[in-house]
Design a protein around this ligand. Structure first.
Ligand SMILES: [Zn+2]
Length: 354
């Protein structure tokens, strides 16, 4: 009898732990980061990446509504809003109807929200979490969506879409009237006490790490977490390592590895936070693979040499991409998943009201 009571008590404790809602989600997207981009970075680093350690692993199918090979707009929209759409569409279904992203659903439930990228913030992936436009090319309109329905915190490039616009509007003035602190470097972002923060760090995309840009994304993530975690209801934050894709389009393997290693240091910041704040779920994945990268390196990598690889295309490919997860609910992200799987699953784990 005593044993039975004990077992009952134990299972109740386990159920209560399991059922604990996920309070914070940090969703990290390596744009164009297929399995081979991850492995290439481990060969150059000479050690497993942080995203590969202590995490659950799965695979994600990336095809879009109208193409076996997705672009970042349809890929981002599927990850953000849970619907397969046409390539180039942002936050809209194939029927051109606006979709609500997990970011907006989290905001409607009182959580704080943020997006960060090493590209212009108006570029396809961050835009997929914030904007609703029929084409990814409409970056002026997407910037307006950041003013009208933007997250609490956004850090990245794309200043010209806010301040050097054809229509002459100055959107940073509009952001200020909405309570945003608008800054142009990380020092100021760090010092800002404002609940709403817009950090526009470059006119368009940030420079490449391979051409001398210092790591910026890891510190930017710490700053964003610092701002967003003030909300007792928790937060949803999307972080993109955007330039893995751009370096692979150019078949620049060492440039790709440099961006992937910066992205992985950012994953480390997220995992360290989640280890201390146990109601935080970290997801690391990609929207698609870029370049059809193949690893031909058959000897131990020596510093300074060019990694031996081959690319099969200048575009994207249709291969599944990896997903790594850590924290409460991570078990839900193993096996083979559709890229539309994340929104509903995160909403369930965070107990968001639709
Ligand atoms: Zn691309």
């Amino acid at each position: 009898m005593k044993k039975l009571v004990l077992m009952l008590a134990m299972s109740l404790v386990l159920i209560s732990i399991a059922a604990k809602p996920v309070k914070n989600v940090i969703f990290l997207i390596g744009d164009g980061m297929g399995l081979n981009q991850v492995y290439a970075a481990t060969l150059v680093k000479g050690a497993p990446l942080y995203m590969m350690q202590d995490t659950k692993t799965g695979l994600v199918l990336t095809y879009s509504y109208d193409n076996g090979i997705t672009d970042s707009a349809a890929g981002g929209t599927a990850l953000a809003a849970g619907v397969k759409t046409r390539n180039s569409m942002i936050g809209m279904g194939p029927d051109s109807v606006n979709l609500e992203s997990i970011l907006h659903l989290a905001a409607r439930n009182g959580k704080s929200t943020g997006v960060m990228s090493t590209s212009a913030l108006t570029h396809a992936t961050p835009a997929s979490y914030v904007a609703n436009q029929v084409s990814r090319g409409m970056q002026d309109e997407i910037a307006l969506d950041f003013v009208e329905q933007g997250p609490d915190v956004f850090i990245g490039g794309g200043r010209k879409y806010f301040e050097a616009r054809e229509d002459g509007q100055n959107l940073t003035e509009q952001l200020k009237t909405k309570g945003y602190d608008v800054v142009y470097d990380l020092e100021k972002a760090k010092a800002s006490g404002s609940r709403k923060l817009a950090a526009l760090l470059a006119d368009d995309h940030l420079a490449d790490v391979i051409s001398g840009r210092e790591y910026l994304l890891p510190e930017a993530l710490s700053i964003a977490i610092d701002h967003l975690s003030r909300n007792k209801k928790g937060f949803f934050l999307m972080v993109e390592g955007s330039k893995i894709d751009m370096r692979c389009h150019s078949h620049d393997i060492m440039g790709c590895v440099a961006e992937t290693l910066e992205f992985d240091e950012t994953v480390k910041v997220a995992l360290d936070f989640a280890r201390k704040n146990k109601n935080t779920l970290v997801i690391v994945t990609a929207d698609h693979e870029t370049g059809g990268l193949s690893i031909l390196q058959n000897t131990p990598y020596r510093k300074g040499e060019e990694l031996k690889v081959r690319y099969t295309t200048n575009g994207h490919t249709g291969v599944p991409v990896p997903v790594y997860s850590y924290g409460p609910g991570a078990d839900n992200f193993t096996g083979v998943l559709e890229n539309t799987y994340f929104k509903a699953t995160l909403a369930r784990l965070m107990k968001l009201k639709q």
